[in-house]
Design a protein around this ligand. Structure first.
Ligand code: G3H
Ligand code: 13P
Ligand code: ZN
Length: 342
């Protein structure tokens, strides 16, 4: 069993100077693709489930898929994370289910749509930190809002993170990791041209990292939306309009400045959809789902592998033994959130 807390995984990443991809899962093929890529590259990994994913797969199925993953890949350190928790109740249910990390996204109200004010965000995040740390579970907060809407989640409105507020937010909430808004959005349509530093505010990351050097920074909406993957979808009957994602080299710059967790969902969706469209077009007489799900899984694995190599997590799977949740709870109690787990 190699289930680790995200705090340990990110502390180790900070120590080693690399980033860790957090990939979204909804089903068996995604879990398998990510774990195979982790094995192939020897990478620790974060697997995350949104509220929509938990609804789609059902908590018990998701739990057992994760249990199977840790059983089949015992050499891989894997953190199981609630993506965009909308309330303390959602975070609590994730902890009860066995997640080792939760995101309390108090940048939005609990409808997951309406931008929230700073005080609301601090209060709700602090509440989750107290509950989660008592069980050794890691907490990610978010300050500022991303653009884009996924599965009816998100306000669509961008509010870049203010570095002064970030300092106050981390001091008052004691979160382990902070998601920052730097101009990215969820989904495939992030930028209408190759992003420069005008639209992708990497300087915010640099400033926050200087002022909060021990807080792990998180980049959401970090799919790169590779043209090759979009082209495959369009070649086989899809309709994805011209669009740009976050260039991998910018993520690598972020990693030099405290970014430790990089959220990627859309790139796997694009890879799977392209492979399935291609399989359908190549043999319209096929109707065995394995015929198209196998190439979809392989295409997702390829993307994940490339990101693991680019983020630098490759080769670090066996660097450390997992600290148990009860032991982490004791550390939080004795040392507060400034503890170091390396
Ligand atoms: O938060 C964004 C992730 O891509 C999850 O998306 O809410 O459609 O599952 P989702
Ligand atoms: P993408 O839509 O860019 O993959 O972002 C995913 C994400 O941030 C999940 O929380
Ligand atoms: Zn996100």
């Amino acid at each position: 069993m190699a289930l680790v807390t995200m705090r340990q995984l990110l502390d180790e990443a900070a120590n080693g100077g690399y980033g860790v991809g957090a990939f979204n899962v909804n089903n068996l093929e995604q879990v398998q693709a990510i774990m195979e890529a982790a094995r192939e590259t020897g990478s620790p990994v974060i697997i995350q489930a949104s509220r929509g994913a938990r609804k789609y797969s059902g908590d018990r199925f998701l739990y057992h898929l994760m249990e199977a993953a840790t059983e089949v890949y015992p050499e891989i350190s894997v953190a199981l994370h609630q993506d965009h928790g909308n309330s303390p109740e959602t975070c609590k249910s994730a902890i009860d289910l066995g997640f080792t990390s939760v995101m309390m996204d108090g940048s939005l109200m609990d409808d997951g749509k309406t931008p929230a004010d700073f005080e609301y965000n601090v209060n709700v995040t602090r509440e989750v930190v107290e509950m989660a740390h008592a069980s050794g579970v890691t907490v990610e907060g978010e300050l500022g809002t991303l653009g884009g809407i996924e599965d009816e989640v998100g306000s669509g409105e961008v509010n870049l993170t203010d570095p002064d507020q970030a300092v106050e937010f981390v001091e008052r909430t004691e979160v382990d990791a902070l998601a920052v808004a730097i101009g990215t959005s969820h989904g495939a349509y992030k930028f209408t041209k190759e992003p420069d530093r005008e639209v992708l505010a990497m300087d915010i990351i640099e400033e926050i990292n200087e002022r909060l050097p021990t807080t792990h920074l998180v980049m959401h909406g970090s799919s790169s939306v590779p043209k090759e993957l979009v082209d495959i979808i369009n070649e086989y009957g899809g309709d994805i309009q011209p669009t740009w994602g976050v260039p991998v080299r910018e993520i690598q710059e972020g990693i030099k400045h405290g970014v430790r967790k990089i959220n990627v969902d859309t790139d796997l969706r694009l890879a799977a959809t392209g492979a399935i469209r291609k399989a359908f077009a190549e043999d319209p007489s096929e109707f065995d789902p394995r015929y198209y799900l196998k190439p979809a899984r392989a295409a997702m694995q390829e993307v994940v592998k490339a990101r693991m190599e680019a983020f630098g997590q490759a080769g670090h799977a066996k660097d450390y033994d997992p600290i148990s949740l009860p032991d982490m709870a004791v550390r939080y109690k004795e040392q507060g959130h400034q503890l170091t787990v390396t």
